[in-house]
Design a protein around this ligand. Structure first.
Ligand code: G3P
Ligand code: CA
Length: 240
């Protein structure tokens, strides 16, 4: 029986509050989800902003690419109204703000976005400055970012976000010394989980869009998943 599946609030409790905002992370904690997934990107002025898309268009009242905007410009935007009136005025947080606010309360699954090569070093520097290494796992779809992270911060566990897992993924993950492989939920089967566990990897799913997918990932024996509705996952785990 799998009782150890970690509920990772995806961009915070993003089913109920605007993603990647303090409102979404505060709510995750209130829902008793003490693992947060968040997306980080480098701003024009070399700061680390917590935002998912390459542009601010979908999740704020502004327009433009994150990489072309300074942090002050990003933080002048309203990142809550798009989701609901009740969240008007929510701001894009920095990674430092999120670490400082939750470092004694949560674990962080930091996904590196963007194409810049400096971001991994900036994240590693901040993790060390704030002494949160024990609470941070770094993930990315980009193998290059994980290679950089393994170089600059070998102490940090890293997970590779992939759609499917094949031999090539496993070989590259082994070569990089990754702690986790993070397949899309649809690919997570008991056989895959057993194989990856046998090789020493944790298995952490993403792309869990429905409660059915959530249950399937749990029953396959995965170690965790990002989910927009962590309360439902926690209730399901408690009911088993
Ligand atoms: O858990 C990883 C997941 O967040 C990856 O997809 O697009 O939500 O960043 P995305
Ligand atoms: Ca993400």
């Amino acid at each position: 029986m799998n009782t150890d599946c970690i509920a990772i609030a995806h961009r915070g409790a993003s089913e109920y509050a605007p993603e990647n905002t303090v409102a979404a992370f505060d709510l995750a904690l209130r829902l008793r989800a003490r693992h947060f997934e968040l997306d980080v990107q480098e701003t024009r002025d070399g700061q680390l902003a917590v935002i998912h898309d390459d542009t601010v268009d979908r999740t704020t009242n502004g327009t433009g690419k994150v990489a072309d905007l300074a942090l002050a410009e990003l933080q002048a935007l309203d990142a809550g109204s798009w989701f609901g009136e009740a969240f008007a005025g929510a701001r894009i947080p920095t990674l430092e703000e999120v670490f400082r606010r939750y470092r004694r309360k949560a674990d962080f699954h930091v996904e590196i976005k963007g194409k810049g090569t400096r971001i991994t070093g900036l994240v590693a520097e901040l993790v060390r400055l704030l002494e949160v290494a024990g609470q941070v796992t770094v993930t990315s779809f980009q193998r290059e970012r994980l290679e950089e992270m393994r170089q600059v911060a070998p102490e940090l566990p890293c997970g590779w976000l992939v759609v499917n897992v094949d031999d090539a993924v496993i070989e590259r993950a082994q070569a990089l010394g990754l702690a986790q492989i993070c397949p899309k939920a649809a690919a997570v089967t008991p056989e895959l989980v057993a194989r990856l566990h046998g090789l020493g990897f944790a298995v952490r799913a993403w792309g869990v869009g429905t409660e059915e997918a959530m249950r399937q990932v749990v029953e396959a024996g995965a170690d965790g998943m990002t989910v927009n509705f962590p309360d439902k996952l926690l209730a399901y785990l408690a009911s088993r």
